[in-house]
Design a protein around this ligand. Structure first.
Ligand code: PMP
Length: 424
């Protein structure tokens, strides 16, 4: 174990600042990253890895994109934080709203967690109701009421996933299976008048990539309408990535609230909640729902977000991402086939998920079998040794960036084929 890793474990719980980084479900020690550029990260020993993590989603332009670095540097010279509105907030909000016509106001925060936590409070404030509904396998950040997993039965009362979440808080969250309209209908029949919001990742990407049928999402929309609940699309991963307007654009479904994170900050700490003016103006200072942040709308973070969105708006960017991602999907799937390894590569835009189990890709968590994670662990270690950095969990997706060239993609596929061969 490296000296830095030992020191990290003496001063940081688990040696990390966020748990999945700790390599608990894959073999080996996590490399400590010294720097990153374009499609690659370099550890403190100088090893180079082609990166499929992209900091878990924000880096759609790759690492240290020159225009983003330049914008942040320029902003830093003008002051790090003001505690007052800066031009960047207006400019980033205008760009976000142009991509999300279903919304008229944006509130900036500093993380995806904060965005969803605030959106849930807003939904409760607006409806005067307490209960919220989430789906098994969807992650919405680590605020208490959303750290709740499903019980065994349908629509059972929430049980806390994490120690430290009071039962009374968990009890306000109902957890439903994805891909199951009947379960949602039954819950709304039973307690529709108490539900403030249905919170869903329209492209669930936190327990693998569980692509939903659009009729399922449409049914959630109509159930919310029929019962006076708000529909919240958590697009912290999918927003600005799978299309400029995320899954709202791809599905044509209008949620009441959207949460963004990751890409909207271009690698700096930013989250956002957005919706119609009549809902969003219920936030303080105009409305009764309190929400605040010392560093919210930070000028450096806004500069990174603005530049990222402007780079993404150049002609052909999403099409190029689509084609490199399709090339990666085809390459990985081809290697699986050639080696006769049961598995599939699920993909929506530049979000990919490798699932090492036979059969069709599941649409709900229950369809993921235990053996898939074990097989992934062995593969992860070999990919890392071969110079490819995958997220250290079978349930994390991979992200491609505009910095990944065809030759990076081919390098990943070659490493994958070699890694599969060495597993046999
Ligand atoms: N919602 C979704 C859909 C996410 O994927 C995440 C983080 N992966 C969050 C919320 C929380 O965001 P953050 O880690 O920035 O707090």
């Amino acid at each position: 174990m490296s000296d830095l890793l030992q020191r990290a474990r003496r001063v940081l719980p688990g040696g990390v600042s966020s748990p999945v980084r700790a390599f608990r479900s894959v073999p080996g020690d996590p490399p400590i990253v010294a720097r990153a550029e374009g499609a690659c990260v370099f550890d403190v020993d100088g090893r180079r890895f082609v990166d499929l993590v992209g900091s878990f989603g924000p880096l759609i332009l790759g690492h240290a994109h020159p225009a983003v670095v330049e914008a942040v540097t320029r902003a830093a010279r003008d002051g790090l934080t003001f505690g007052a509105t800066c031009p960047g907030e207006v400019e980033l909000a205008e760009r976000v709203l142009a991509r999300y016509p279903c919304a008229e106001r944006v509130r900036f925060v500093s993380s995806g967690t904060e965005a969803v936590m605030s959106a849930v409070r807003l939904a409760r404030g607006v409806t005067g109701r307490d209960s919220i509904v989430k789906f098994e396998g969807c992650y919405h950040g680590h605020s208490d009421g959303l750290l709740v997993k499903a019980g065994s039965g349908l629509a059972t009362l929430g049980t806390p996933t994490s120690a430290g979440v009071p039962e009374g808080v968990a009890a306000l969250t109902d957890v439903l299976p994805l891909d199951d309209e009947a379960a949602a209908e039954e819950l709304f029949r039973r307690k529709g008048e108490r539900i403030a919001a249905v919170v869903v990742e329209p492209l669930p990407a936190n327990h693998g990539l569980l692509v939903q049928r659009s009729v399922f999402l449409e049914r959630l929309r109509t159930l919310c309408d029929e019962h006076g609940a708000l529909l919240l699309f958590d697009e912290v991963i999918s927003g600005l990535r799978v299309a400029p307007g995320g899954m709202v654009e791809r599905t044509g479904i209008e949620p009441d609230l959207v949460t963004l994170g990751k890409i909207v900050g271009g690698g700096m700490p930013v989250g956002a909640l957005l919706g119609r003016a009549r809902v969003m103006e219920q936030l303080a200072p105009g409305g009764p729902v309190y929400q605040a942040g010392t560093l919210s709308g930070n000028p450096l973070a806004m500069a990174a977000g603005i530049t990222t969105l402007d780079e993404l708006a150049r002609p052909g960017v999403y099409a190029r991402l689509e084609s490199s991602s399709a090339r990666l999907q085809a390459g990985l799937a081809g290697a699986l086939r050639e080696r006769g390894v049961p598995g599939s590569v699920v993909r929506v835009g530049s979000v990919l998920w490798l699932l090492l189990q036979p059969g069709d890709a599941p649409r709900a968590s229950a369809g993921i079998r235990a053996g898939a994670a074990e097989r992934f662990g062995a593969l992860h270690a070999r990919m890392l040794a071969a110079g490819v950095w995958m997220a250290p969990s079978a349930f994390e997706v991979a992200f491609l960036s505009t910095a990944h060239t065809e030759s990076h993609v081919d390098e990943i596929v070659a490493a994958f084929a070699r890694s599969l061969a060495s597993l046999e």
